[in-house]
Design a protein around this ligand. Structure first.
Ligand SMILES: [Mn+2]
Length: 377
């Protein structure tokens, strides 16, 4: 018997993205809702009837009614696909009011799992779940799986949420760590994990699926889920990534040297088509050195493309100033402005000064240069 299913986690429905501009926020919130039909489509394409959600379906214990009711409606749109959901640390069973209302309204294909006990989810397939009773359970909730006996002819699939080794999305670390060999010690055919928002294999039988719609620069690229096929008990699972995300997050280093066109270097790192940029959130971190003219060209390009992107950040605080004679001549050949520019340039280069003072001097010189160019344009 071959069993196929979708492994997802960390949908974080209702996440607000408060640190982003309004326009980007609205689009990202909507994209999170769209994950549900995308996961159903992934299940259909994979000929799977089951979607396993390894925690953090919701971002908080108190999502708005709009968020959870519309999530349930979307899950109910295809009653032939079953959802098996454990609460994670963001939406633990401590969210009593949410889960009570969720269960009352859920269709027959949506299963909220509240107890750590085996469930027959399909003929010959047993799910061993580890729902989080509260935000910080403080112990390894997968421990019971090792001692749980099931029919030896049945598949054993674990479902859990939390940190393994050093992988902890919220940086809590050691407490309640899931042993990296849990799939072996509990004789699991597959252990579906959530918590880490990137996609990563802990072994052939143990995966973090990652968030199906990425939510930050820490986990770049498009969100994915795992489409899993297991040929029978003991068979090594076949695991394929399916892209489910709408938005690409990318952070790029932009190391620069004088003489290099900073604007061309930035341009080379951007998606070529402006139509694609609309679904990109990009952050460029410039470092190294650039002349006043090169830096001005970089800022000009950044200002002109910013509106193409869902979100665009150019962080040039680590970019040092290289002042050459041409730059200075452009400011003025002599006189008060030239003197001011030279003294700012000297301050920016003076390694005896504290870093912050050098930055202020370089920033002032950049601004002076920019104003004069604007004035002459
Ligand atoms: Mn999470």
């Amino acid at each position: 018997m071959t069993f196929r299913f979708i492994h997802s986690a960390d949908l974080h429905l209702g996440r607000r993205f408060g640190n982003l501009p309004d326009e980007a926020r609205g689009r990202l919130v909507e994209a999170r809702h769209q994950i549900i039909p995308r996961l159903i489509r992934a299940a259909r394409d994979h000929h799977a009837r089951h979607i396993l959600v390894a925690g953090d379906l919701f971002d908080t214990e108190t999502p708005t009614d709009t968020v959870w009711q519309q999530a349930l409606a979307a899950m109910g749109a295809d009653p032939e696909v079953a959802w098996w959901i454990i609460p994670g640390n963001h939406d633990s069973l401590g969210a009593e009011s949410l889960w009570k209302r969720f269960k009352e309204r859920a269709g027959g294909n949506v299963h909220l799992i509240e107890t750590a006990a085996p469930i027959d989810i399909a003929p010959g397939v047993v799910l061993l779940p580890a729902p989080l009773p509260r935000r910080f359970p403080g112990r390894d909730l997968t421990e019971w799986m090792a001692g749980c006996e099931t029919d030896p002819r049945a598949l054993r699939i674990g479902l859990a949420h939390g940190a393994i080794r050093d992988f902890s999305e919220d940086g809590q670390g050691a407490e309640g760590i899931i042993p990296p060999d849990r799939a072996q010690t509990a004789r699991l055919d597959y252990l579906a994990l959530g918590d880490w928002h990137g996609r990563i294999a802990v072994g052939h039988r143990c995966w973090y699926a990652g968030s199906p719609e990425r939510d930050g620069f820490r986990h770049p690229g498009l969100g994915t889920c795992n489409a899993v096929t297991i040929a029978g008990p003991g068979a090594v699972p076949e695991v394929v990534a399916v892209e489910t995300g709408a938005f690409t997050w990318a952070e790029e280093d932009l190391p620069l040297l004088p003489g290099q066109s900073a604007a061309a270097a930035l341009g080379a790192l951007m998606p070529a088509g402006p139509a694609l940029r609309r679904d990109h959130l990009m952050r460029f971190v410039a470092s190294g050195r650039a002349t006043l003219a090169e830096r001005a060209a970089l800022e000009t390009l950044a200002a002109s493309v910013r509106g193409d992107f869902c979100h665009f950040v150019l962080d040039a605080t680590g970019l040092s100033l290289e002042c050459d004679a041409t730059d200075m001549d452009e400011i003025d050949h002599a006189g008060a402005l030239r003197l001011a520019a030279e003294s700012l340039g000297a301050a920016a280069r003076d390694e005896a000064r504290p870093e912050v003072e050098r930055r202020v001097a370089a920033g002032a010189l950049n601004r002076l240069y920019g104003y004069l160019r604007e004035d002459r344009a």
